[in-house]
Ligand binder design. Structure first.
Ligand code: ZN
Length: 264
């Protein structure tokens, strides 16, 4: 089956003198060589507020990944720490068939903020980011991906570690779109995340209207939660990768959370 290359607009930020300039880009992606990673869209979360936003995000993620699958892209489900739940799923078994690959620099199990390459995060997330009226306590209550997201057992893969990289190299995949949560922690930091893949020469594209962050507006710099989401995609655009939106790819409007009361 032949699939047309996808052409769409995106953006990145470049340094000009002492300020950052947004630069619009014409991008293309060959479905044969591209994948979409769905990061940590678990069926629940230790923070009830974060879990409610994932519930909301699941529908547009499903719409986007269905569109991309129909257009020939590989869909990669990455609900970390739940692989046992998928042991018998053909999409998990397919991932496990990837051949181990050489990697330089060596692959890390976690890729923290890299002060050599990037500024500090645009906000303080050191309290964990819960801003529920009654504060939530950390736990791991999830056991799989959100049930609103379809896993196609005949075409998708399920991974949560370096196997993503092995699979990409085994199958000649050099471009990866990222959606899911959370853009300040797991999307860049996981072993399948943006920092790792950029260092290995994989082109990463953040789908910036399909992300969320863990940030409590009572922490510095006391910004709106959804301003923090935008600030985080700006950070990634400056130091790591370009971004796009579902609207740039599929038309229509970018996704917005119900509680995002900001004006356009
Ligand atoms: Zn909470």
């Amino acid at each position: 089956m032949y699939y047309e290359p996808l052409t769409f607009e995106g953006q990145k930020q470049i340094r000009e003198d002492d300020r950052w300039i947004k630069k619009r880009l014409r991008l293309d992606a060959d479905p044969e060589k591209s994948a979409v990673i769905i990061c940590d869209m678990w069926n629940t979360h230790w923070c009830k507020g974060a879990a409610a936003r994932v519930d909301e995000l699941a529908a547009p993620v499903e719409k986007f990944t269905s569109y991309m699958r129909r257009n020939g892209f590989l869909i990669v489900h990455c609900p970390s720490n739940t692989m046992a739940y998928y042991a018998d799923n053909p999409a998990r078994k397919r991932a496990l068939q990837a051949s181990p690959q050489e990697a330089d620099p060596r692959l890390l199990d976690w890729c923290p903020l890299d002060p050599e390459r990037e500024d500090p995060l645009p906000f303080d997330d050191s309290d964990g980011g819960c801003f529920c009226k009654e504060r939530c306590t950390y736990s791991r209550p999830y056991y799989g991906e959100h049930e609103g997201i379809t896993i196609d057992p005949d075409r998708d893969i399920i991974v949560d570690d370096r196997l993503a990289y092995d699979y990409f190299r085994t199958h000649g995949i050099d471009t990866v779109f990222y959606c899911g949560v959370h853009a300040n922690i797991c999307v860049p930091g996981r072993p399948f995340g943006i920092r790792q893949m950029v260092r290995q020469g994989i082109r990463c594209i953040l789908v910036r209207d399909l992300i969320d962050v863990m940030y409590n507006p009572e922490m510095p710099p006391y910004m709106d939660h959804f301003d923090a989401v935008d600030a985080m995609s700006g950070h990634l655009e400056r130091f790591w990768c370009c971004s796009t939106t579902t609207a740039d790819i599929m038309g229509g409007f970018p996704f917005r959370f119900r509680e995002d009361y900001r004006l356009f």
